[in-house]
Design a protein around this ligand. Structure first.
Ligand code: AP5
Length: 209
């Protein structure tokens, strides 16, 4: 089953994907995670995109599309995948349509106020990318990852200026994909405001239906 997670920054796509991948037994492919891992490892790609991610802009389509094409060619995608953060522009969606047949596009619906609360309180484990929130999903010990014991970090693009810019970019470049996939009959709107477990149940029920 090939699924795309669509929605504003901080709507809970990564959190849901971490739960849903175990239900569907398919890999979670996050373009943001792949870029961040390249930045952490100091690769050429990482050096090229570091400033773009920090400001909340979009990496050029040709770079992103080639990276996804390579990733989807891996053996672990044979039974499907959850794409998180791709496509994000119409040209990316058109490129994806030549690579794969999608079963569904899950569209996370969440207000800007809630997005800002979620992003400003998000903390991450630097090595595993495990996601926390200082209020809704805090670690057992403040500032420390539950499993690795590492100090948690805040993403550069979770600072107020970058959050504002990401929301603008989302509205201009990514929101048009809702109409694009609606026309194709692929969109499933999901209220992203309840708890992650409730969002997971809604997604599973919608996929079964
Ligand atoms: P990316 O990493 O994809 O960022 P994003 O889409 O902005 O999404 P986020 O990861 O910020 O949020 P999320 O929806 O996954 O929310 P999360 O689950 O973490 O991309 C980063 C950058 O990479 C882009 O800005 C761009 O530069 C580049 N990039 C990536 N893909 C690209 C592409 N295709 N083209 C070009 N450039 C690209 O949750 C957020 C917080 O809320 C957490 O603290 C979590 O604990 C909490 N939370 C989650 N769910 C709930 C819930 N149900 N209830 C309460 N709290 C919740």
């Amino acid at each position: 089953m090939n699924i795309v997670l669509l929605g504003p920054p901080g709507a809970g796509k990564g959190t849901l994907a971490a739960l849903l991948k175990n239900e569907l037994n398919v890999p979670h492919i996050s373009t943001g995670d792949i870029f961040r891992s390249n930045i952490k490892n100091g690769t050429e790609l990482g050096k090229k995109v570091q400033g773009i991610l920090a400001s909340g802009g979009l990496v050029p389509d040709e770079v992103t599309i080639e990276m996804v094409r390579d990733r989807l060619a891996s053996d672990d995608t044979a039974s499907g995948y959850i794409l998180d953060g791709f496509p994000r522009t119409i040209p990316q969606a058109e490129a994806l349509s030549e690579m794969a047949e999608l079963e569904a596009v899950i569209n996370f619906v969440l207000s800007d106020d809630e997005v800002v609360k979620r992003l400003s309180g998000r903390r991450l484990c630097p090595s595993t990318g495990r996601i926390y929130h200082i209020v809704s999903n805090p670690p057992k010990q403040e500032g420390i990852d539950d499993e690795t014991g590492e100090p948690l970090i805040q993403r550069d693009d979770d600072k107020p200026e970058a959050i504002r810019h990401r929301l603008e970019v989302y509205r201009a470049e990514t929101a048009p994909l809702i109409g694009y996939y609606k026309e194709k009959g692929k969109i499933i709107d999901i209220d992203a405001s309840p708890s992650p477990e409730t969002v997971l149940s809604s997604v599973i029920a919608a996929l079964k239906a």
